[in-house]
Design a protein around this ligand. Structure first.
Ligand SMILES: NC(=O)c1ccc[n+]([C@@H]2O[C@H](COP(=O)([O-])OP(=O)(O)OC[C@H]3O[C@@H](n4cnc5c(N)ncnc54)[C@H](O)[C@@H]3O)[C@@H](O)[C@H]2O)c1
Length: 339
């Protein structure tokens, strides 16, 4: 029997890649998206890659009645993968209530509907931001959660707590929170990728936009950090690898292989790369010299973060396969396509 999965935010950067992997694995997908940070054209990209158009409902998950109605109409779903959220850290500082409403109310409304079901599987997009500057590297799932640096980061911490507390009193609900490190790259076909609206918040879109000439110069925020070359270190994970982790997590729940009804996994490569290393790798794969300058440190940036992925490797049976160069080459191919 074909299994039907709901993907909220499924036209966004990570969600669209997950929809592709789910369809490739034979799942039927229903996407919910309000198009607040995506384009309807992404649907065409997904269809071109997989040969199958997912179902799509334009719906704002902040509208509780619409969420209730959606789950009534789609009573046969086997699980929900919840990406829909606002994600700009800087914006969240200025618009905290928008972030708390969009990232937490939507989560609550979905969980309320899943709680009514005889059985439900739920996967949540969390982030390594919950660890702040971890005391020990690489970061394991048992590292302490640090006080959030922004309302955005706080929504991920509170989101995890909401799911954990709900699972405690709901035997019929099985949930996994995936703590992503730094997702980058695009599908190898260059038919879907990251579509930053306005100024990119993340390093790689900034790099590719500078490479293509959309931006004059790339700013590196600080080169006096206590790292080998003085720039910050992150764990950059190819979005296609990340997408496959969601399929592994969903199958774990569907097959009843989970040992607890709320589990948490780090999803990264396990390898840290500095900003300068990323720039050099980009210059290499693109054959372009990047114009960059060093500016002051940015408030809230942690020095270094990379994952201990052994739990995901062992328990989920998932491991990242693509490296930084693969990811940058795919991001560059995508940038050239959308320019
Ligand atoms: N990209 C990253 O670096 C990163 C890192 C860690 C965690 N995450 C989390 O992963 C998830 C997906 O991130 P992304 O990079 O794909 O973001 P994205 O903005 O590309 O995708 C989110 C999608 O959700 C939709 N959406 C937002 N609010 C909605 C609402 N109220 N109703 C319906 N749809 C709504 C947007 O239109 C968009 O298509 C988010 O929860 C984000 O916080 C992202």
């Amino acid at each position: 029997m074909i299994q039907k999965v709901v993907v909220t935010g499924g036209l966004g950067f990570i969600g669209s890649h997950v929809v592709v992997e789910l369809q490739n694995e034979g799942f039927e997908v229903v996407i919910i998206d309000n198009l607040s940070n995506s384009s309807i054209d992404v649907l065409k990209g997904i269809t071109a890659i997989t040969g199958k158009q997912p179902l799509f409902e334009k719906l704002d998950l902040r509208e509780k009645e619409s969420v209730i109605d959606f789950f009534k109409r789609h009573h046969d779903i086997i699980g929900v993968i919840h990406f829909a959220a606002s994600k700009a850290v800087g914006e969240s500082v200025n618009l905290p209530l928008l972030y708390y409403e969009n990232n937490l109310n939507t989560l609550i409304y979905i969980l309320q509907e899943l709680q009514k079901k005889e059985a439900a599987n739920f996967i949540f997009s969390s982030s390594c931001t919950v660890y702040g500057q971890a005391d020990t590297l690489p970061i394991t799932e048992s590292a302490p959660i640090k006080e959030a640096e922004s309302p955005y980061g706080n929504t991920k911490q509170i989101g995890e707590e909401i799911i954990r507390d709900t699972c405690k009193v709901t035997d019929t609900l099985n949930a996994i929170a995936l703590r992503y490190f730094n997702p980058i790259g695009a599908h190898e076909s260059a038919k879907i990728g990251e579509l930053p609206i306005g100024t990119p918040q993340n390093l790689v879109p900034f790099i590719t936009q500078t490479g293509i000439g959309l931006r004059e110069q790339l700013s590196i925020f600080g080169n006096d950090y206590p790292t080998e070359d003085g720039t910050c270190i992150r764990d950059y994970i190819h979005v296609v690898d990340l997408a496959k982790a969601h399929v592994a997590a969903l199958k774990r729940l569907i097959n009843g292989n989970n040992t607890d009804n709320y589990e948490v996994f780090n999803i990264g490569t396990g390898k840290g790369s500095s900003v300068l290393e990323v720039i050099t790798a980009f210059e290499d794969v693109s054959n372009k010299k990047l114009n960059y300058k060093i500016v002051d440190r940015r408030e809230g940036d942690v020095i270094a973060a990379y994952a201990d992925t052994s739990k995901a490797n062992k328990v989920l049976g998932w491991k990242s396969k693509l490296n930084l160069r693969d990811a940058l080459a795919s991001a560059w191919k995508w940038e050239q396509r959308i320019k």
